[in-house]
Design a protein around this ligand. Structure first.
Ligand code: GLU
Length: 443
């Protein structure tokens, strides 16, 4: 059997970490089983869906390296949804309802006040043809509900194991709104059937939807796919993800200089019992991937962990890879090797390049010391050995050692109290700038 997966975001916003995790898990499972992943844009909500978000989602997935085998838009498929609507209507599984939002609200409140579950009472099912005609004459348009079989729906979930949901305690879901537009359920199931999706992997907030979808698959004479429901992400303290932690868009993470492999490495293993280790490429992530390793418990997402992984990636990144990502024309391999251990995000590289290239304002506390030190700078080209030779000469010549020796030199040469190893920085800065800075000049 060829497997086929789908990632189905709504283009009503940019992707965030939670979406990216679902996309990645679908993609990995597809790769692992030699199948493909459809990117399905759930854009039935015309008011909130935009072309900009649709494009942004594709850009973000490409950035992560998660290519799709087909791109589908629900807005292109109204004809197919109408066919399904007609089928369900013909088999008596769809019925028109005329309650307004206010009327439904009132019903719900009354049920709650009587401590009853707020389940739709199916009163529209009892409407006579005359009553329906009277509503239509009033100008009311119906919305359409799916008549659920009031039974327990069960499936074997790839993550949750045997799941049972009692549809007897659920409201018949509205499939079509009064303006004739389909809501999420019908297009989702029709697409899963038409695109021959074999596995639906989505968030566990969809568990009860899955029960009703299984009924819809059956009502449309199709086999239901295999389901897997991924537990949601929580913040590091076990509470809901805050805006800062999790709802940060991938776009923001990208702009903050994160490498996509830090996100892929973390999200592919978060919520499993596997150790989270930095992976250099997606092939390495595919290798150890196994859906059954995901736990049923919610996973904690800690942005600090992401930063740590990212730092590890950068600390080991070879120059040829860094060069592609840097887009800094004056950066050299020696520069990269000097600074990579000191950055946690790629964007920080340009700060160090600005230190090397200048101009910077040296931090000077004791100009006399620096002027004397400058006179001891080794002659000829500066290389990685020069710092040691120079500082030994300063130590012996001026009788200063330890922090009192190194800190003023670093601060004068880089304008900073901390940073990459000075034996590597000194040759990058070069004699001319080093001498100027030691003499307190901005260069
Ligand atoms: N657009 C839906 C969502 O983002 C898709 C859910 C599904 O995978 O069926 O929640």
């Amino acid at each position: 059997m060829t497997t086929k997966f789908r990632f189905a975001p709504s283009p009503t916003g940019y992707l965030h970490v939670g979406n990216a995790r679902l996309a990645l898990i679908n993609w990995l499972f597809a790769k692992k089983t030699g199948g493909g992943m459809v990117l399905r844009l759930d854009d039935t909500d015309e008011e909130r869906s935009t072309e900009e978000y649709a494009q942004g989602i594709q850009d973000d997935l490409m950035w992560l390296g998660l290519e799709w085998s087909e791109l589908k838009k629900q807005s292109d498929r109204n004809a197919e949804y109408t066919v399904a609507f007609d089928t369900l209507k013909a088999s008596g599984r769809l019925y028109p309802c005329y309650e307004t939002g206010d009327e439904l609200d009132y019903k719900r409140k009354r049920q709650l006040a009587r401590k009853l579950p707020p389940v739709y009472d199916r009163s529209a099912l009892k409407l006579s043809d005359e009553e329906k005609a009277a509503f239509e004459a009033e100008g009311r348009k119906p919305h359409w509900r799916f008549l659920l079989d009031q039974e327990v729906v069960a499936w074997e979930d790839d993550i949750r194991g045997h799941v049972e949901v009692d549809c007897g305690s659920m409201s018949d879901p509205v499939l079509i709104r009064t303006d004739g537009r389909p809501l999420y359920h019908l297009p989702s199931v029709v697409d899963d059937i038409d695109f021959a999706i074999t596995h639906v992997i989505r968030g566990e907030d969809h568990v009860s939807n899955t029960a009703l979808h299984i009924q819809l698959f059956k009502a449309l004479n199709a086999d239901a796919p295999t389901f897997a429901h991924i537990p949601l992400l929580m913040g590091p303290d076990g509470g809901p993800l805050s805006k800062r932690e999790g709802s940060q868009s991938l776009r923001e993470l990208r702009e903050s200089g994160l490498d996509p492999m830090s996100i892929n490495s973390l999200l592919a293993r978060l919520g499993t019992s596997d150790n989270i280790v930095m992976r250099n490429n997606l092939d390495e992530v595919i290798e150890g991937f196994d859906i059954s390793r995901f736990s049923r418990a919610a996973a904690k997402f800690d942005p600090a962990e992401l930063r740590n992984l990212n730092a590890k990636i950068l600390h080991e990144m070879p120059w040829d890879k860094a060069e592609e990502k840097l887009s800094l024309p004056t950066a050299t391999e020696a520069f990269w090797l000097a600074i990579r251990g000191n950055i946690t995000a790629m964007t920080e590289a340009s700060d160090w390049l600005a230190v090397v290239d200048g101009p910077i304002s040296p931090v000077v506390e004791d100009q006399a010391f620096l002027t004397s030190a400058a006179e001891l700078l080794p002659v000829g080209d500066l290389d990685e050995g020069s710092w040691k030779i120079w500082t030994t000469a300063v130590k012996e010549g001026l009788g200063v050692k330890g922090k009192a020796l190194f800190m003023p030199l670093r601060q004068a040469l880089t304008g900073q109290a901390h940073g990459p190893e000075m034996n590597k920085m000194l040759p990058l800065i070069g004699r001319e700038k080093a001498l100027a800075r030691l003499n307190g000049k901005t260069l």
